[in-house]
Ligand binder design. Structure first.
Ligand code: ADP
Ligand code: MG
Length: 478
C-alpha cells in the first residue's frame, strides 16, 4: 500500500470513529466554556452575576457543592434565579420535565433557543475570568457529512500547533481531546491532600484498609468526614473496586444515604464521605439497649426504607444491606452506607447477574441470589427484612449459629426467623413479607416504605410531623 493510500485508510478509520470521539470531547466541553464557573457556591454565583451589567438571561453554570450535580444560575429582572440541572440514570441532563441531552454544553445551547421551563431563554454568558479566551469552537450544529460527521469550523486557538492546514479538522486536533478520558469517571470531586486533615482515630476497618475520622476544608468551611483509606500495598484490582464504589456513591443524593464528598489521590487512594458519627446500627443498638425505644427503631428503619426506595427508583442494587452497613448520624437519623458490592442496572434490566459467587453475606441473601446469582431491588428487600430483624433484636445475629447451607435448607423448607421479643407484630409482618420466597411475589421498596411509613405515623402519638423530613431538612441544601 502506498503511503498516500495508507494515510487515507487511517483517516477513514479515524472518521468512522468520529461520532464517538465527538461525544467524548463534548462530554467535557463545558469545562472550557466561558459560562462554566466550576465549583463555586450559590452565593458566589450570585455575586458574579450581579457584578457588571445585569441583562435578562445573563447566566452561568456551576458545580453544586457536594452533590455532584450542576446548577444553572441566571439573571432576570435584576434578580438571580437558581435551577438544578437534573441528570437521569443514563447520564442525560435536563431541566425538570424538559428535553434531555447527553452533555451540559448541548443543554445550554438548547436553552439559549428555548426557555424549557426557565423564566427566560439563556442570554449572554457571565464570563468566568479563568476560562475566558480558551473557548473551543466545537461542533455547534451537526450537518450530514461523512458518516454523519462534519468537522467543526477551524478555531486555531484550540488546535494543536502541528495540525496541517490542508485537511479538515478532526476531533483529535483539538487540545481538549483525550481519548483515554472516561467521561463517566469521578472527576468533579478531586479533593486536594491539603484540604484534608486525617485523625489517627480509626472508625472501622476492612480488607481494603481502614476508615479514619478527619476534617475537610472547603470554601464554605470545615466539615467532619469519614475517610476510607486504601492500604498502600493494595493491587490495582482493589483500587478499581474502590473507584467503582466511588462512582456509584457519586450518583446518589438522598438524606438517608451516606454522601461521598470526593476522592483524594495522595499517599493512598482515599474515599471521603460525610461522617455518621454514631456508627453502625447493630453496634449502636447492642450497646444502648436501655435507651432505645421500639418507636425509635421504627423511625430508623422507616428512614432506611426511604433510602432504599430511592435506590430502587434509580435502578441501583445495593447487595450488602445489613445493620452493619446502616450508619447513624445520631440516634434518630440513619444513613445507608457501604456501596462496595453495589451495581447500577441497565435501563432495561431489573436484575444483575453475578458470574461467580464471591465472599457473600449469605444470611442476608434471598434464595434467587444464592441459587441463580440474580440480584435486584427485590433481593435487597429480602436483606431489608433481615436488617429489620437485626434492628428489632438490638443487634442480634440472624440465624444464630447456623451455617450458610443450614440457612438455605431452613428457608427452602418454608421456615423463617421468629419475631424478636421486643418487636411489634406489624413490623414482624413486614419482615415476613420481605422474606417471600418468590421475588415476583415479594413487595418492592415502594410498598415496603409505605408499610413503614403508615406504621411509623400510627405510633407517633404526638402527631409529629415527619421526623425524617426534619432530618432531611437539616441536610445542607445548596
Ligand atoms: P467494608 O466494605 O469493609 O464493610 P464500610 O464502608 O462498611 O466498609 O466501612 C467499614 C466501617 O467503617 C463501618 O462499619 C463504620 O464503622 C466505619 N465507617 C464507614 N463509613 C463511615 C462514615 N461515613 N461515617 C462513620 N463511620 C464510617
Ligand atoms: Mg461494611
Amino acid at each position: 500500500m502506498s503511503a498516500v493510500k495508507k494515510g487515507e485508510a487511517m483517516e477513514q478509520a479515524i472518521i468512522s470513529q468520529a461520532p464517538q470521539l465527538e461525544k467524548l470531547i463534548a462530554t467535557t466541553a463545558h469545562e472550557k466554556m466561558p459560562w462554566y464557573h466550576g465549583k463555586i457556591s450559590r452565593q458566589e454565583g450570585e455575586r458574579r452575576l450581579y457584578s457588571g451589567a445585569q441583562p435578562d438571561g445573563k447566566f452561568l453554570v456551576r458545580d453544586r457543592e457536594e452533590s455532584g450535580t450542576f446548577a444553572l444560575s441566571m439573571m432576570y429582572g435584576k434578580t438571580v434565579y437558581h435551577y438544578q440541572i437534573l441528570q437521569d440514570k443514563s447520564g442525560k441532563y435536563s431541566m425538570p420535565e424538559g428535553t434531555k441531552f447527553d452533555t451540559i454544553w448541548q443543554l445550554v445551547e438548547y436553552l439559549k433557543m428555548k426557555a424549557d421551563g426557565l423564566v427566560t431563554n439563556l442570554g449572554e454568558a457571565c464570563v468566568n475570568g479563568k476560562t475566558a479566551g480558551k473557548t473551543p469552537s466545537l461542533p455547534a450544529t451537526r450537518r450530514p457529512g461523512t458518516n454523519g460527521y462534519t468537522p467543526p469550523p477551524r478555531a486555531p486557538s484550540v488546535l494543536k500547533p502541528d495540525v496541517p492546514t490542508d485537511r479538515e479538522v478532526l476531533p483529535m486536533d483539538s487540545d481538549v481531546f483525550n481519548p483515554y478520558h472516561n467521561p463517566n469517571e469521578v472527576r468533579k470531586f478531586n479533593i486536594q491532600r491539603t484540604q484534608l486533615l486525617i485523625d489517627e482515630l480509626e472508625l472501622g476497618s476492612g480488607n481494603f484498609g481502614c476508615v479514619k475520622k478527619g476534617t475537610l476544608t472547603t470554601e464554605s468551611g470545615q466539615v467532619d468526614v469519614a475517610i476510607k483509606v486504601l492500604k498502600s500495598d493494595n493491587e490495582k484490582l482493589v483500587q478499581d473496586e474502590m473507584m467503582r464504589e466511588a462512582e456509584i456513591m457519586h450518583q446518589l443524593s438522598n438524606p438517608f444515604i451516606v454522601r461521598m464528598l470526593g476522592l483524594c489521590k495522595a499517599e493512598n487512594l482515599m474515599l471521603v464521605m460525610e461522617m455518621a458519627s454514631a456508627g453502625p446500627l447493630n453496634k449502636f443498638l447492642s450497646t444502648k439497649k436501655d435507651t432505645v425505644t421500639t418507636e425509635n427503631i421504627v423511625n430508623l428503619m422507616h428512614q432506611v426504607s426511604m433510602g432504599m426506595k430511592y435506590l430502587e427508583e434509580k435502578n441501583f442494587v445495593h447487595r450488602d444491606l445489613a445493620a452493619r452497613n446502616v450508619l447513624l448520624v445520631n440516634q434518630q437519623f440513619a444513613k445507608i452506607s457501604d456501596f462496595g458490592l453495589s451495581k447500577a442496572l441497565g435501563a432495561d434490566d431489573n436484575y444483575y447477574k453475578a458470574r461467580t459467587a464471591g465472599k457473600w453475606p449469605l444470611k442476608w441473601y434471598a434464595p434467587e441470589c444464592i441459587n441463580y446469582h440474580k440480584f435486584s431491588s427485590k433481593s435487597d428487600v429480602w436483606s431489608f427484612g433481615i436488617t429489620m430483624w437485626e434492628a428489632f433484636s438490638y443487634g442480634g445475629k440472624p440465624y444464630r449459629k447456623m451455617k450458610g447451607p443450614d440457612v438455605m435448607r431452613f428457608i427452602d423448607s418454608g421456615s423463617r426467623m421468629e419475631c424478636p421479643p421486643a418487636c411489634p407484630e406489624r413490623m414482624y409482618e413486614v419482615m415476613k413479607e420481605c422474606w417471600t420466597y418468590k421475588h415476583e411475589e415479594r413487595p418492592d421498596f415502594k410498598k415496603v416504605a409505605e408499610y413503614m411509613k403508615s406504621y411509623h405515623y400510627s405510633i407517633s402519638n404526638k402527631a409529629k410531623p415527619e421526623e425524617a423530613a426534619a432530618a432531611a431538612a437539616a441536610e445542607p441544601i445548596k
